[in-house]
Design a protein around this ligand. Structure first.
Ligand code: DGL
Length: 292
């Protein structure tokens, strides 16, 4: 049995491409659809309830594209929405926080873990809880890094401005003598060279992208949802949708992915702001071509 339905992956912007890239590397025969909510990035400065609302809109939208599994490739949205979304939708949904916490608990041989994340993720304490669930003796130091995502979304992944912000954010972790640092925002692997340089080689950097991709493979295999290729060359197709300018997304995304992102579709379906008291209407758009 072969299941050609795509895997749905979403983030506020280009950060989730770091997760998508691992999924495509490890599961090359799977079709994927990536949604970047670039009209509403950054999520990390928002209220968790608002981010949950956005996440639900996007999940409903991805379901209209017949996805077989949803990956919330955004720590902020995972913190805000994963548990309730898993209860609310029939499709399997996975997030990026638990895989990262698991990896960090293994990597931190001195049982001191640092977390770099958005303000909303830090506020949620999702990482502290997830790490403590695995080993309650691990000391977790969390640091919000609000300047990072706006810089990365502008394509700035090195230079003086980034370096200055990184020094400010990393100093408490260096002082706390952490043994491992979780890149608790899917945008941050794109600036890992700078973070690594400041922390030094003895501190292990943990990104949840690889672990999340492994989990996707395990779930698809367990549920009998894997796509069986017709030949070795029959690789899965990738489709991209974003809520702001598709050309900008394609240009920035191509820089961050190994492959060229040439066709990005606009998703006008999503309103720019949350309308309190109204049911999200995402999912009404059906004219986006399916990729299988
Ligand atoms: N990349 C997302 C995360 O992992 C969100 C960043 C943002 O939009 O602030 O948290």
């Amino acid at each position: 049995m072969s299941d050609p339905r795509p895997i749905g992956v979403f983030d506020s912007g280009v950060g989730g491409l770091t997760v998508l890239s691992e999924i495509r590397d490890r599961l090359p025969y799977e079709n994927t659809v990536y949604f970047g909510d670039t009209a509403r990035v950054p999520y990390g400065i928002r209220d968790l309830a608002e981010v949950r609302w956005f996440a639900y809109e996007i999940i409903r939208y991805l379901i209209t594209l017949d996805v077989k599994l949803v990956v919330i490739a955004c720590n902020t949205a995972t913190a805000a929405a994963l548990k309730t979304a898993q209860r609310s939708f029939d499709v399997p949904i996975i997030g990026v926080i638990e895989p990262g916490a698991r990896a960090a608990a293994i990597e931190a041989n001195n049982r001191r873990v640092g977390v770099l994340a958005t303000e909303a993720t830090v506020r949620s304490r999702a990482y502290a809880k997830a790490v403590s669930h695995i080993d309650a003796g691990i000391r977790v130091t969390e640091q919000a890094c609000p300047a990072f995502v706006p810089l990365i979304e502008q394509g700035i992944t090195e230079g003086a401005e980034l370096e200055a912000a990184a020094h400010t954010y990393l100093t408490p972790l260096v002082r706390g003598k952490v043994g491992a640092v979780i890149l608790g925002c899917t945008h941050y692997p794109l600036i890992s060279a700078t973070i690594n340089r400041i922390l030094g080689p003895e501190v292990r950097l943990v990104s949840s992208a690889g672990q999340t991709a492994l989990e996707v493979g395990r779930i698809l295999s367990r549920q009998g949802y894997l796509r069986r290729p017709e030949s070795r060359e029959d690789e899965g197709k990738a489709m991209y949708v974003c809520s702001a300018d598709p050309e900008e997304f394609a240009a920035l995304g191509s820089r961050f992915m190994d492959e060229n992102i040439d066709a990005v579709l606009p998703a006008e379906v999503l309103p720019r702001t949350r309308k309190p008291g109204k049911q999200a209407s995402a999912g009404s758009r059906t004219d986006i071509p399916l990729i299988y």
